[in-house]
Design a protein around this ligand. Sequence first.
Ligand code: TYD
Ligand code: MG
Length: 461
Amino acid sequence: MKTRRVYVCRECGAQNAQWAGRCDACGAWNTLVEGVSRPAATSPPRTPVALADVACEAVARWSCGLAELDRVLGGGVVPGSVVLLGGDPGIGKSTVLMQALAHMSRDLPALYVTGEESSAQVALRARRLGLDAPNLKLLAETDVEAILAASRTERPRVLVIDSIQTVYTPALGSAPGSVTQVREAAAALVRFAKESDTALFLVGHVTKEGQLAGPRVLEHMVDAVLYFEGDSGSRYRLIRAIKNRFGAVNELGVFVMTETGLREVSNPSALFLRQDAENAPGSVILVTQEGTRPLLVEVQALIDESASANPRRLALGLDNQRLGMLLALLHRHGGRATFRQDVFVNVVGGVRVTETAADLAVLLACASSLVDRAVGRDLVVFGEVGLAGEIRPVPRGQERLREAAKLGFRRALIPQANAPKRAHDWGIEVHGVKHLLEALRYALGAERPEGPIPTGGPGGE
Ligand code: TYD
Ligand code: MG
């Protein structure tokens, strides 16, 4: 297909051969952006059909040999699907895709396109990983037209582009990695994947701000967006689906980085708990459930007198805005102020918790640090806290309770509405609460003080 550089108006979509400050067609200023024009494909006009008449077989899935990755994808790789894998440099994107591709190349033609490393470097990694993949083809190329030409000859069923930021369209003048380049290159590759029913994996880098570099635009072009998460200091790696047309979002896959690549961790629920931890104030165990599997994590809070007129609020692994809201709740409905304190909250192990079911655990961790009293390590907590201080139910309460019981926790502090209605023999004592004050009283024995609300902690009034 012949392509040609054009300038497209963002307002009206008119194409111009030359850049200009003003669009000739609609008269808007500064709306022309670089693009490429492709001859329109001539397809016969289609007529609408009844929804019930549309044939749809169950989607076939290929296993990539890593059960955790299969699960995050929604049960395996879907032919013709496009998956964007994002993550910090060095976190393991190339490693996991090389492992997956090597496995899939046993039964399917597979092509790994590398734009960042030489073929020799990639081959060296594969060897170090001990991968046996005689049918896996490698291509060191960054010109998208050349990649497409090679793909049309090789006809892979699985194609990896590592990374999309290195791929460029020669028809465009802008530098590789620019938004226009990344979008055009990705569009051409996506079109190829859909036409040829090839499963396509695009590796994308993440900027310091935690966004996929430039191409947030890519997220809507692909079927699934997976993010690699994890502490650089820890060996654990998480892959999370933040968008998936073929499976559940927020599904988490857990891996550990070893000498010989990524190993899956199939039973990770207690992985992020420090087994040897003592019963310290400010630490609360949360049962989180993102995706289809409960995970127990430790939420830690440190509240200390601030030396600054603007005390700091910092949430790691949690939403900073929500922390501000929870601290206001703690003051208004829990009678504990933190105006003069720095507040730090962290989820141990580099896990990101995005669900509101973490509210109660975060609040209790803060209160526990503030009054310097531990809640006990036999206790697990979950629940959303509303603006009136009410404790609201969360999805899948029973599953969370069962998992905590299985791991030997003996007490659970949860929303009343999530408490089991009938007697159960899970071996965990369930304490359901309706209001924040009840929760604070149960966990810390704190009563709402009489008179004016005190500022908690040392240095308070
Ligand atoms: P890599 O997959 O190259 O990261 P990305 O493609 O996301 O930039 O992973 C690089 C890191 O993983 C590197 O710091 C070394 C480490 N590693 C291992 O610990 N064991 C291994 O077997 C491999 C291949 C890499
Ligand atoms: Mg890489």
